[in-house]
Design a protein around this ligand. Sequence first.
Ligand SMILES: O=C(O)CCC(=O)C(=O)O
Ligand SMILES: [Fe+2]
Length: 365
Amino acid sequence: MDARRSNGSSLQIPVIDISEASAADTAGQLVDAVARYGFVFVRGEGVGFTKQTLDNAFALSQRFFSSTIEEKQECAIQANNIGDSSPLTLSYKIPLERRGDFKEAMNFGEFTDGKAQQPLPPSLASHEAELYHFGVLCHELCIKLLRLFALGLRIDPNQGGKDWFSSRHDPSQGSSGSVLRLLHYPAVEMDKSLDTTVDIRAGAHSDYGKRQCFRRFKEKNDFTKGIGSLTLLFQRASQPGLEILTRSSSWSPVPIQPPGTEDDSYPPILVNIGDLMHFWTNGLLKSTVHRVVFPEGESEDRYSIAYFCHPSDHIEIEAVPSDMIRDRETEKRQQGVKTVTAEGYLKKRLAETYGWGKLQSPERD
Ligand SMILES: O=C(O)CCC(=O)C(=O)O
Ligand SMILES: [Fe+2]
């Protein structure tokens, strides 16, 4: 297989309205969708975003990315101090392909009492409240989704039930590695210096929060912390490029406005499972490898916004108390399937990222 080429056929990723009253049904549908694809679209009033809020957030993003290189570098330098806990950086994701990503990224860590805990770039300094508000809406949506996942997984009510995941992501319990990221993939002239069979806008990866893992690994030799559980992805109409690696190891484009959502005032929000949910659920919910490619023909600017939701820093990884997950463990053992531990998996990913080993796709069951 040519890993660079997509099979061209969009996946039928389910679109779920999370405003509906029958939460149990919704929860079951969500779990089924991410057990299959690792991705699901959510829409409806339940998502908590208005068109205006999303338009404003993308306007801020454009404002930042069109600011001068000096202004951007100012942020990058402050963030890149070794050992700095500031999550602000420019384009830190290292692609598995090892050819630089054709993208810029601006990360915001958690806010305290509505205030950013990092220097804001001049272009955004007067928009702190909007950025904070956007991050709050993202986190609230994640909490809602985490409750639905817990419900769909039928987590034992005596051991946390529907609050099992959400209580581990409660900001009042302490800080977390959650990050709001603005992304910009600049238009690039499609001349012969760009080779779209090699060059890529965002290299293949699953969402695992390696920066935090790396830092903690260095400091505490602790692999099990700083892993993202859920990602929200906001895309713009007519700015495609996201692809996911299917079970048959081919790349499939993810539609921006899947069938039935063409008349929505903004594209449905894409949710994907991070590596932590994958571990927590013993691979029942899938953390799927994805990437962003250049479009065919002329490239245009592409903007997206991602929210990486992490549990509180002190949370330990332990088995989710659900029969669905316990049964799965037994089933796998009976089939002689090798399970991957959080530590083993992260060691492997860090080795890949930082050049300590050979590149390969993450293990999948
Ligand atoms: O921009 C996109 O569509 C995807 C971004 C992404 O996967 C990431 O930043 O982890
Ligand atoms: Fe991602």
